[in-house]
Design a protein around this ligand. Sequence first.
Ligand SMILES: *Cc1c(COP(=O)(O)O)cnc(C)c1O
Length: 471
Amino acid sequence: MEKKQLLLRALPSVDELLREEAILKLLSQSPRKLIVDAIRAVLDKKRKEILEGKSQEVQKVNILKAVISEVRHKGKNHLCRVINATGVVVHTNLGRSLLAKDAIAHLVEVAQYYNNLEYDLEKGRRGTRYSHVEELLCELTGAEAAMVVNNNAGAVFLVLNTLAYGKKVIISRGQLVEIGGSFRIPDVMARSGAILKEVGTTNRTHLYDYEDAIDEETAMLMKAHTSNYKIIGFVKEVSLKDLVSLGRKYNLIVYEDLGSGNFIDFTRYGLEKEPTVQEVIGSGLDVVSFSGDKLLGGPQAGIILGKREYVEKIKKNPINRALRIDKFTLAGLESTLKLYRDEELALREIPTLRFIFTPLDLLRRRAQRLCRGLKKQFTPEELIITIKTDVSKVGGGALPGLALPTYVVSIRPKRMSVVELERRVRFAEPPLIGRIEEEMLYLDVRTIQDEEVKLIPEIIKKVLRGDEKGN
Ligand SMILES: *Cc1c(COP(=O)(O)O)cnc(C)c1O
């Protein structure tokens, strides 16, 4: 008989495997269906390999190993923690902002117990979900009214749809931003039913460009924060103050999509100028929106502030229901906002701010600690380990062009390529995400939390010495 036929015959049956000791043990821990599916998948793969001539033997132990590994893989949460060693503080792909301890405790409470999400405890009847943060937002920013939705993209859509449907919105060409993930101002505007009227040029827009474009169809003057790029050189942008004056003169709504949105004046801590939300409100504009989870450091949310008459209209837009904020977000947001009543507390407790402002000295010590931990595990014959100075980015479409001095620990294995190391640490538990530069894996300690420092040598050890995902 042909060799392939013999191999196929040697494959154990599903029932036979289900009677194996190792599988019986697995059955006491995992759902039967998951295990049966895993067995089928492993056998199918093996069968295919045999037919293609890629497999020359059938060993039950290896099949059992593959089944166990498959079941373990399927049993793991797909959404899971990772160690962010990229140094990018607001990393859109890695979940943006981490929450402060108070915020986490608050959302756990709300998840575990019934709550007054839409119940007015004073009046004993139905209330609104915005009430939990509206006053706080007004207190912190000086705004007349506030509301919150699912995210800032939703906020931009809702503002335009409510206040400029079928009308023209004038915006500078230099501000037609794309944030990534298909959020582009012109596209959102089109979907909202507002009509885009772009004025000026990419690098220069004057007040008269806006004024010349105003007609009876115009409803709004809009400004979008260029959160993720900078135009430098021969540039001119109209200030918000001048736009507000122009809006007054022609009775037009002035709206700014502020993108990130922050309550703290970063220049006081040595960073470049980003307008604070309070300053933007102070300019007298009508509506502003920004994200909850960028520089603000809260949960994913879109915050809308402004004049009462407009905010009330936005609240009443029926589409609002489709963009509404959930109770976990509200809990996390309320607790985060409360920390801003005391700037020092906010800087200490909100991870996004803490990471941005970590003193260089502390970063150096963290890098040294990581370096020592690695040197304990590896000889220079196994792994080359170096500490270097580098720069981290804030990320998440915030503070473009800002480079924060930092320390990285760079590693290069002697008996494995850096590309392979980078791939394997991504499969570790928890996955470790760094970046390859100059044939080394760079681990920026800015975004590595203190308690994670000791996990990294363990991860690298498993990856270099064990067979973790070495397939
Ligand atoms: C980030 C950003 C958005 C989108 O905000 P999300 O909270 O991600 O939905 C919109 N506009 C600008 C200018 C941004 O920077």
